[in-house]
Design a protein around this ligand. Structure first.
Ligand code: NBG
Length: 830
């Protein structure tokens, strides 16, 4: 049977009328919940588990999300809008249930329905497993952006990889990090729908053949060694203003699940082997170890999801009846870092080889489609792939990249008269020693816009890492400072503060975060101040009981909660914070109790499994925690807790309860940071360096409401240039010497050798300049202590931090992307 237009129109009517099936009244929610439980899942009350209840509720919510999503899609199709295509190898959506209830605005109704059924909604929210499809800030940023695109009604589709095993689970044994495999799909995933009919074939390996087609046109044929099928798994995403977007993740499957040749020969295992090999591609997310390059499977993952996504977008373009040469008018494709940068050669391949477009036209379309966001300046994180590996897996792409590069270098040579030295610096191919493909160069050359993620980072990108390109194409470079979604990180994560704010200034801030500025008028209102403090205190009590359950450690909510929550990395300098804690410990041991506010130091974060120093830092934190927490002499003054297995869900418990947020990376190292924003928005004050988004946060909240310390970027660079000898600083600063020596004194875990690698690194190398910033950090901590004694002032500054965070909403970031880069408009709702 063919589905004709008449049928389609009828189908349209049935979903656009608000049917009772997806209504928002209590009765409608309850009916569908019970329907889903009994008919959708076939459960009888006698054996229903908590997880069944969760799934039934998730399905109930998903129906309602779908309605919203489908309506948006319909508008987009009718308006023939230009759309954003977001390509990211990582997403960290966090748990969906509470966020979706908020965005649908049916939280209260749902809670009451559950109460009627004698179910605590909180328990259902708590058991949800989150998809850990990212390592940290980069993946979380992608999810914040998707939330904002949905909220603002930006026509958009986000593509990625459906890793079967996401980021590892971190467990701590004897203070060391151990990694366990993640099992987010163990109980199924009610938020996604599989689309077996949306599937594309992706080639790998083999060789190319050159010839002419029937029209006598030069034609290249890629004869692959193997092919894999990518199937779409869709998770609808809704904003809180009636619109939606979609996260489409690809899962790899064998094209033929069975090798009949092998089967007929009687080799069943060989017959299924190909299936297993194919599925491997989307098995596991790579943790961001220092040397990710060289991992063949990772490169395959990147190409796999990019190829599926581009084929899909061409398909979407064509079913709208549009011409191929208008592709760039209809799609703005954003590369979230270089992980999807191979998309540039893939689009060229699709246009030139598969759609027989001439090179110049194809290149023009490609450059107009793509834009590239850089997320790091760290040299080891700038992706480059060995040419022989490319040759083996993507013989056709290597040819295309050579051609792109050749034309680009010719232009530099003949049009701009560049020197050979400049040319080799800018080439996509690194020629010294082993040959590599520099993905950032490919992304820059193939995009019409390149942006960094904070003001300072964008400047460094322009003036250092991509300097040659910025001189050549100054108009190509811009900045979009990162942002975070206030829906998840304030409304869902911190209901008491949300209520208090709304009680005083109304609800507008939930639509436009800049309205939080109205809180500034309340800093002299004693009643408001008191309520603000009570909310923070309640959040700290909640966190204390959460931490007790998670770690067994008891903490005192009346102490200052000082937090550093982020991946563990030397440049982020968790060990600088440890040095500060040791200095307090040594003072307390000497009986110097003055000027030390009772403080609870909280750490959380994962280290890459292959990153020895980061893992040693975790061990150090635990050793210090053991020592400090069990010492009667310091008890009550300082405590140290490490919360294992940080993820979005756990982080949501932390931000609302923080008094002080530690953002202490060496200046010039952190591209932006987004944890800094989440803490400030929840009323924490920041102690930080002039790095990443700290710079802009400080400008917004006011320098008097921010604890600044440390060298700035220029000072870091000039110190490094003139020869930096950390040992000299160590010799000259008695307190520093004591603290550093303590690492190898035997007092920590009873060993003088355990932390020697850290000790040696600090004394003889110290690339992240902890010793240079140590004294200034201690001085700033002293200021923290002094202000903590003046609770009223502290509270006022806390309010001002929240009040002035409007600019760091991801809604603002997305508007910037729309204006500066994408030229995409929100859909018009009739
Ligand atoms: C990270 C940076 C952070 C930044 C996030 C999001 C990578 C490669 N980069 O500073 O380290 O906040 O990206 O932009 O993960």
């Amino acid at each position: 049977m063919k589905i004709d237009k008449k049928t389609r129109d009828k189908l349209l009517i049935s979903y656009s009328t608000k049917s009772k099936r997806v209504g928002h009244t209590k009765k409608e929610i309850k009916d569908s919940f019970l329907d889903n439980l009994f008919f959708g899942m076939g459960r009888i009350p006698a054996i229903t588990t908590l997880h069944d209840l969760y799934t039934a509720l998730a399905l109930t919510i998903r129906d309602r999300i779908f309605l919203q999503f489908v309506q948006t899609t319909d508008h987009i199709a009718k308006q023939d809008s230009r759309a954003v295509v977001f390509l990211s190898a990582e997403y960290l959506p966090g748990p969906h249930l509470a966020n979706n209830l908020l965005n649908l605005n049916i939280e209260n109704e749902t809670r009451e329905v559950m109460e009627d059924l004698n179910i605590d909604l909180k328990d259902l929210v708590e058991i949800e497993e989150e998809p850990g499809l990212g390592n940290g800030g980069l993946g979380r940023l992608a999810s914040c952006y998707l939330d904002s695109m949905a909220t603002l009604g930006i026509p958009s589709i986000a593509y990625g990889i459906r890793y079967e095993f996401g980021i590892f689970n971190q467990v701590i044994k004897d203070g060391w990090q151990l990694e366990l495999t993640d099992k987010w799909l163990h109980f199924g995933n009610p938020w996604e729908v599989v689309r077996p009919e949306i599937a594309y074939e992706v080639k790998f390996g083999g060789r190319t053949e050159k010839g002419v087609d029937q029209n006598g046109k030069f034609q290249v044929n890629w004869i692959p060694h193997s092919e894999v099928k990518g199937t779409a798994y869709d998770t609808p995403v809704i904003g809180n203003r009636g619109n939606g977007s979609i996260l489409r993740l690809w899962r790899a499957e064998a094209i033929e699940s069975f090798d009949f040749g092998a089967f007929n020969l009687g080799d069943y295992y060989l017959a299924v082997e190909q299936k297993m090999i194919s599925e491997n591609i989307t098995k596991v997310l790579y943790p961001n170890d220092q040397a990710a390059g060289g991992k063949e499977l990772r490169l395959k993952q990147q190409y796999f999801f990019v190829s599926c996504s581009l084929q899909d977008l061409i398909y979407l373009h064509r079913i709208q009846g549009r011409r191929m040469d208008r592709l760039h008018e209809k799609f703005a494709i954003q590369l979230n870092d270089t992980h999807p940068a191979i998309a540039i050669s893939e689009l060229m391949r699709l246009l030139v080889d598969e759609h027989q477009m001439n090179w110049d036209k194809a290149w023009q379309i490609t450059r107009h489609c793509f834009a590239y966001t850089n997320h790091t300046l760290l040299p080891e994180a700038l992706e480059k792939w060995p040419v022989p590996l490319f040759q083996k897996i993507f013989p056709r792409h290597l040819e295309l990249i050579y051609e792109i590069n050749h034309r680009f270098l010719q232009e530099l040579r003949h049009l701009y008269f560049y020197t050979e030295e400049q040319i080799s610096r800018m080439s996509i191919i690194e020629e010294e020693g082993e040959r590599y493909i520099r993905m950032a160069h490919l992304a820059t050359i193939g995009s019409h816009k390149v942006n960094g993620v904070s003001q300072i980072h964008s400047n460094l990108l322009k003036n250092q890492v991509l300097r040659d390109f910025a001189l050549l194409w100054p108009e190509k470079f811009c900045n979009v400072t990162n942002g975070i979604t206030p829906r998840r990180f304030l409304c869902v994560g911190n209901p008491p503060l949300t209520e208090l704010i709304t009680e005083y200034i109304g609800k507008d801030w939930q639509k436009d975060l800049c309205h939080l500025r109205k809180l500034e008028n309340l800093v002299e209102d004693a009643v408001f101040l008191k309520k603000w403090r009570e909310v923070k205190f309640k959040n700290k009590q909640d966190l204390a009981s959460f931490l007790k359950r998670q770690t067994g450690i008891e903490i005192d909510p009346t102490t200052l909660f000082n937090m550093q929550v982020k991946r563990i990395h030397e440049y982020k300098r968790q060990h600088l914070k440890v040095l500060h804690i040791i200095s307090l410990y040594l003072r307390l041991k000497k009986g110097d109790r003055n000027n030390i506010s009772p403080t609870t130091f909280i750490f959380a974060g994962k280290a890459a499994p292959g990153y020895f120093m980061a893992k040693l830092i975790i061990k150090l934190i635990h050793s210090v925690s053991d020592l400090v927490n069990h010492d009667k002499e310091v008890n009550g003054r300082i405590k140290v807790v490490f919360l294992p297995d940080l993820n979005v869900k756990k982080a949501q418990h932390l931000y609302p309860a923080a008094d002080l947020s530690e953002q202490i990376s060496l200046a010039g190292m952190e591209a932006s940071g987004t944890g800094n924003m989440k803490f400030s928005l929840n009323g924490a004050l920041t102690i930080g360096t002039l790095d990443g988004a700290n710079v802009e946060i400080r400008e917004e909240v006011g320098e008097e409401n921010f604890f600044l310390f440390g060298l700035n970027v220029e000072e870091v660079q000039s110190k490094k240039a003139s020869g930096y000898f950390s040992r000299e600083i160590y010799e000259q600063n008695q307190r520093l010497k004591e603290v550093v020596d303590f690492l190898v004194s035997g007092a920590l875990s009873g060993s003088t050798q355990l932390f020697r690698p850290l000790y040696d690194h600090l004394l003889y190398d110290d690339p992240f300049m902890l010793l240079a910033d140590f004294q200034s950090y201690l001085d700033a901590q002293e200021q923290v202590h002094k202000l903590w004694l003046r609770q009223k002032e502290w509270t006022q500054k806390s309010i001002l931090n929240t009040a002035r965070m409007g600019n760091f909403s991801s809604d603002r970031s997305i508007r910037d992307y729309c204006d500066l880069i994408w030229r995409v408009e929100p859909i018009q709702r009739q």
